[in-house]
Design a protein around this ligand. Structure first.
Ligand code: T4K
Length: 399
């Protein structure tokens, strides 16, 4: 891992937000928009150096040398050879379901990005939405077990915000009912449980390397899986189903990662530890400044056996105690040029696209969380005094 040279160090402002607010110091709007996230970029010189290699090779996509190097790097990092790269996470997940032959019903969460359910849709699989647990917002294993029918073929769980799911309970259910356990781990690159990456927890995990993720390859997706034989299937499926120049063995698509994406992924990987460390400090700052806001709920700290990636900074806003609704705070932030996001509202089953899917559960927790959730800005170059200012806006809004 290399030195992390991009950060401008910034210290906390003296005095807590609450104290400042009591003294009547109103926060001012940010001059430039503060986005919910920004991609980490390696020094431009490193990328242009890599581009020279691409120019020399005149090899742009279709399993090029940089992609092979990137794949090797990820295999070493994850401790497995069963790694396959794609041009984005959505197609990776879609191909995973197709290649594994998943059909019928799949039990999944409504509290996720819509791509999780889209991947099922494209495989003509019926999503069965069940509730989440209130601490980390991941699938509630008890609800999963209750929803199993003779048509259930798999569980599709999401470590949302990188919060690990209840892996043991889900694995136990999957084993007892002979179901495949698949993780849409789009948010969970870099997360470890008992020193093991999330990819060790199920039959297969998908990771997204989209620009908005803490680890990015411009766009990108990765499958990591237990069954070595799936590698050939996935390689066929992402390349039109070609076995060789004169044989197409399955109805594949085009989902290959190109050389520029692989180059970005290779370079950003060198900074992964530093990116996570910077985000850890930002998260700590938020937690410290926001811990005593009445009605503002932070996710419960993760257990000690979890190494977190600090990918997102979700808070829950309880209007009754805070005196402002989640949407009110969202608007208020906009006035200050802070562009927070309501990941994930509405629930997937409430989008017009999926409203016809029968939901056999009140989804009480998911509905509650979805109505209160707000993701605050977090990215490596977000200065700590800007975090302070964002917290000031919250203090200002509640008082
Ligand atoms: N499963 C889950 C659970 C997922 O969360 C996702 C993706 C997937 C599957 C599918 O993986 P991919 O196929 O995407 O690999 C974003 C991302 O597009 C999406 O990747 C992500 N989840 C989702 C949670 O968030 P939007 O519509 O919110 O993105 P957008 O363009 O509004 O970007 C958010 C903010 O990021 C912008 O306001 C500014 C900043 N930004 C964004 C881009 C693209 C930049 O600063 N630079 C950039 O280049 O969906």
């Amino acid at each position: 891992m290399r030195d992390f040279r991009q950060y401008q160090s910034s210290e906390f402002l003296i005095g807590s937000s609450e104290e400042k607010w009591k003294k009547g110091m109103k926060p001012k709007p940010f001059e430039k928009p503060v986005y919910v996230t920004r991609p980490f970029l390696p020094p431009l010189s490193e990328f242009t150096e890599g581009l020279k290699e691409i120019w020399d090779n005149r090899w742009l996509t279709n399993n090029g040398p940089i992609l092979r190097r990137f794949t090797r790097q990820l295999c070493d990092y994850l401790g497995t050879e069963n790694v396959c790269l794609f041009n984005n996470g959505t197609l990776a997940l879609q191909i995973a379901l197709q290649g594994m032959g998943i059909s019928g019903e799949v039990i999944t969460t409504p509290f996720t990005f819509v791509a999780t359910t889209h991947a099922l849709y494209w495989n003509k699989i019926r999503p069965v939405f069940v509730d989440i647990e209130p601490e980390y917002y991941t699938l509630d294993p008890q609800r999963v077990e209750e929803a199993i029918t003779p048509w259930t073929s798999a569980i599709l769980a999401v470590p949302v915000y990188g919060h690990p799911c209840n892996h043991e309970a889900l694995a136990d259910i999957a084993r007892r009912h002979n179901l495949r356990l698949i993780y849409d781990a789009a948010h969970a690159f870099g997360v470890k449980v008992n020193g093991q990456p999330i990819s060790q927890m199920g039959d297969l995990s998908m990771f997204s390397f989209h620009a908005t993720k803490l680890y990015q390859s411009i766009e990108g997706g990765m499958l990591v899986f237990k069954e070595a034989g799936l590698k050939t299937t996935f390689d066929y499926l992402k390349n039109f189903g070609f076995q060789n120049q004169v044989e197409v063995v399955m109805p594949g698509t085009n989902a290959k990662m190109n050389e520029m994406q692989a180059l970005m992924g290779l370079l950003v990987f060198e900074y992964l530890d530093e990116i996570i460390e910077k985000r850890r400090k930002i998260t700590e700052a938020y937690r410290e400044r926001l811990q005593n806001v009445p009605g503002l709920l932070l996710p419960k700290p993760l257990p000690e056996n979890v190494e977190y990636n600090y990918g997102y900074m979700p808070i829950q806003v309880s209007e009754k105690e805070m005196g402002i609704s989640r949407d009110g705070l969202f608007q208020k932030f906009k006035e200050y040029n802070v562009l927070t996001r309501r990941y994930f509202y509405p629930l997937i089953c409430d989008y017009s696209c999926f409203r016809n899917v029968h939901v056999n559960s009140p989804l009480t927790v998911a509905r509650d969380v979805s109505s209160k959730i707000l993701c605050l800005p977090i990215y490596d170059t977000l200065a700590l005094d800007d975090v302070e200012k964002i917290c000031d806006i919250i203090h200002d809004s509640v008082s």
